[in-house]
Design a protein. Structure first.
Length: 221
């Protein structure tokens, strides 16, 4: 197995700094050269270097799928224009605008922070083209950082409850399992980029953790 472990801007928090869909990889301008080449090879998508509102924490500020992107209210007109080249784009209304932290989405569904407004949920649904449901994962409201969802499976926070598991399985209609990244971090979404084609994990992620990623997200068969 070719090494699937990467750092972005010297950090193993890949999901904080970048956002991956089936179509593109949104990566910070600071990620260059061999890092971008590795990510493009592992995820089999082209990278789009950018900032969001001048920030490099793209993964925290953007949620997306093949249909579009929901972004923080701090995104500039230029940011929105750049993203609109690759799908629908909308800014998330309300005070909780770090969309990547509070939305877990793939091409068929989205689970969101339980206190998001109805208006915010409508914006997410219409932009990403999926049904939206409120919930938690491992008791955490920041569902976008607690888990990773692809079109093949979901890897979730290890404290996922039976009730939360049932919600995920019913909403996404996909296999769900729990795991960690970066030598025991339960915030799977902070250290993993994945789509149905492949994945990249944070540099500190162990062999057994990589095995769980590959098994759960369907890369083994």
């Amino acid at each position: 197995m070719r090494d699937k472990r990467v750092k972005i801007a010297g950090s193993s928090l890949l999901g904080v700094f970048a956002r991956c869909t089936e179509e593109v990889l949104l990566a910070p301008l600071e990620a260059r050269g061999k890092v971008i080449e590795s990510l493009e090879r592992l995820l089999q998508v082209s990278a789009i270097p950018l900032t969001i509102g001048g920030s490099m924490v793209i993964g925290s500020l953007v949620a997306g799928n093949s249909h579009g992107f929901v972004v923080t209210t701090h995104a500039s007109k230029a940011d929105l224009a750049r993203l609109s080249e690759h799908g629908r784009v909308a800014q998330l209304p309300g005070k909780m605008c770090a969309a990547g932290n509070i939305v877990l989405a793939n091409d068929s569904a989205a689970l969101v922070h339980p206190t998001l407004s109805s208006k915010a949920c409508e914006v997410i649904s219409s932009t990403l083209g999926v049904p939206v449901q409120k919930g938690t994962i491992g008791g955490l409201k920041t569902v976008g950082m607690s888990s990773v969802a692809t079109n093949k499976g979901i890897l979730a926070h290890p404290r996922l409850s039976p009730e939360e598991l049932a919600v995920l399985e019913d909403l996404f209609q996909l296999p769900v399992d729990v795991g960690t990244v970066n030598m025991g971090s339960p915030l799977v979404g902070s250290g993993l980029l994945a789509n149905s084609r492949g994945y990249a994990a944070g540099w500190e992620t162990s062999g057994p953790e990589l095995g769980r990623v590959e098994d759960t997200l369907g890369y083994l068969g």
